[in-house]
Write a protein that binds this ligand. Structure first.
Ligand SMILES: [Zn+2]
Length: 296
């Protein structure tokens, strides 16, 4: 019964209270985190590249160690430190009050969904003004004219935290994954091929495998449809990540009616090549038959 009452309270707060006042007894430690201030949050080199807004300026700060995996530094160290302390404060409050907050995904017991605590406001601005220009250049098909929704959360993996998710696709067109804290070696992310929904469970080809060692402060930007997860056979380490799933509902809608093979799906690209080579083969055989008077 208590659980039902708490759920009702959460439902009520969610729909009828301004985000800042959803948890009136939770005192934010760093109020500046709740209003986006690019100078306070972002590195000058990152802001400069975005303001120039050219492929060359992005290339100056972004490396692409594997196709479709962009790596860069974007946040001021102080922002990351404040975020860690803020989320720890939220976690402590949740633990002490036993308040049933929503978790970022169904298997998570420790993650914090930013939307419930007002921290998503800064993420929205970050997505629109700073990530979208990069995505427009590197992932034009997925981001289209705009991202129209997002889901931001903080997740901790480790011995007494959530176990890492296995290989998965994200519920996003583009995902920003920022390593905010990491202890001990290991815990590499493996990327194992980009897939459309139809092909999400197909086998991995050796040339699609890419392992990346994510270090604190680093941001990775990749397609939500780029399958990824913790590298198999390596000890999992203790780490915390901030995830921002950027969504474009038009891309999703169009995908339902897509008859062609999307080029970004490795399996579709492979099928398309196979079909083209089969049809060329058939044409070649037909021509040989005509040339030899039907004897081939
Ligand atoms: Zn496909």
């Amino acid at each position: 019964m208590r659980c039902l009452c708490s759920c009702f309270v959460l439902f009520f707060l969610n729909f009828f209270m301004p985000k800042f006042e959803m948890f009136p007894f939770l005192q934010p430690l760093s109020r500046e985190l709740y209003n986006f201030d690019p100078e306070l949050f972002l590195l000058p080199s990152f802001r400069k590249a975005i303001s120039e807004n050219t492929k060359e300026s992005f290339r100056r700060i972004i490396s692409e160690p594997f196709p479709g995996v962009l790596v860069f530094q974007m946040f001021q160290p102080d922002f990351i430190q404040k975020l860690i302390v803020e989320v720890e404060n939220i976690g402590k409050w949740v633990h002490e009050t036993n308040f049933p907050i929503r978790r970022p995904y169904h298997m998570s017991k420790y993650g914090v969904a930013f939307v419930d605590f007002g921290l998503d406001i800064m993420l929205q601005q970050l997505m629109e003004e700073f990530l979208f220009p990069i995505c427009k250049v590197f992932f034009p098909e997925e981001c289209g004219a705009m991202f129209d929704s997002h889901h931001g959360y903080y997740i901790e993996n480790g011995e007494d935290r959530d176990p890492p998710l296995g290989y998965h696709l994200d519920d996003s067109e583009i995902t920003l994954n920022v390593c905010v804290r990491k202890q001990f070696e290991g815990g590499e992310i493996s990327f194992i091929g980009t897939r459309c929904l139809r092909h999400k469970r197909t086998d991995v080809k050796p040339e699609e495998v890419f392992h990346y060692c994510h270090s604190p402060g680093q941001a990775i930007l990749h397609r939500g449809r780029h399958r990824h997860g913790p590298r198999a056979n390596t000890p999992s380490c203790s780490r915390a990540n901030m995830i921002l799933c950027c969504r474009n509902s038009l891309f999703r809608e169009m995908e339902k009616y897509e008859k062609d093979f999307p080029e970004w799906c490795n399996e579709c690209a492979h099928e398309k090549k196979e079909k083209e080579s089969q049809s060329l083969d058939a044409k070649r055989k037909g021509m040989i038959r005509i040339a030899t008077g039907g004897k081939a």
